[in-house]
Design a protein around this ligand. Sequence first.
Ligand SMILES: Cc1cc2nc3c(=O)[nH]c(=O)nc-3n(C[C@H](O)[C@H](O)[C@H](O)COP(=O)(O)O)c2cc1C
Length: 199
Amino acid sequence: MRQTMPTPRRLVVAISGASGAVYGVRLLQRLRETAGIETHLVVSDAGWHNLQHELAMERAAVEALADQLHDIRDVGASLASGSFQCSGMVVAPCSMRTLAAVAHGLADNLITRAADVMLKERRRLLLMVRESPLSLVHLRNMVSVTEAGAIVCPPLPAFYLRPQSVDDIVDHSVARALDLLDIPHALATRWEGLSHALR
Ligand SMILES: Cc1cc2nc3c(=O)[nH]c(=O)nc-3n(C[C@H](O)[C@H](O)[C@H](O)COP(=O)(O)O)c2cc1C
C-alpha cells in the first residue's frame, strides 16, 4: 500500500554554486509564505560563496528562510534516505558540476545524494540549470537527467509578460517552478492571452 505524504508537505531546496542564488532565496521566501510547506535546505560550498557574493547574504539570514538547514557533507541526514517522506526537490540554481553529478548518480554530497533519492523514488526533481553557452557535455547531462525523470527548467526570462524589474524576472521563473511542484501561489506571472495583454 502506498503511503500518504505527511502534512505539512516537505520540500528539499538546494542552492548550488551557479550564478543566480537569488532564485533559491526567492523560492524559499515564497515557500515560507505558503501554508503547509516544510522546507529542508542544503547549500553547497560554492553556493554559500555565491550567496555572499551576489546577494551579500550571511548564513544566518539564509538559514532563517528554511525550516531546517542540512550540512552539504552530512550524507547521513534524513534527506539522504528514500524513507524520508517528501514531495520533491528543487536545485535553484543548479551548477553544471551538480548537474553532472546527478546525471552520473555520483551522490557525493547531500545535494547530489538527495537528488539521486528523488530519481530512484520517482519523486519530482527540478533542476534550475544555469550556464551559457552550453557545451555538448552539459547538453548530454541534461538529456540524461531528463531520461531519468528530472525536469530541467533553466531560469530564463519571459519578455512577453513585460517584466518591469529584476524582481519580476526572478518571480516569473520561481512561479513556473512552484507550478511544477503543484504549489499554489499568487505571483502574477500568467499569460492570459494576447487580447488581455493588448488591453
Ligand atoms: C561568481 C561565480 C559564478 C559562477 N557561475 C556559474 C554558473 O552560472 N554555472 C555553473 O555551472 N557554474 C558556475 N560557477 C562555477 C561553480 O561555482 C563551480 O563549478 C562549483 O564547483 C560548483 O560546485 P557545486 O555544484 O557543488 O555548487 C560560478 C562560480 C563563481 C565563483
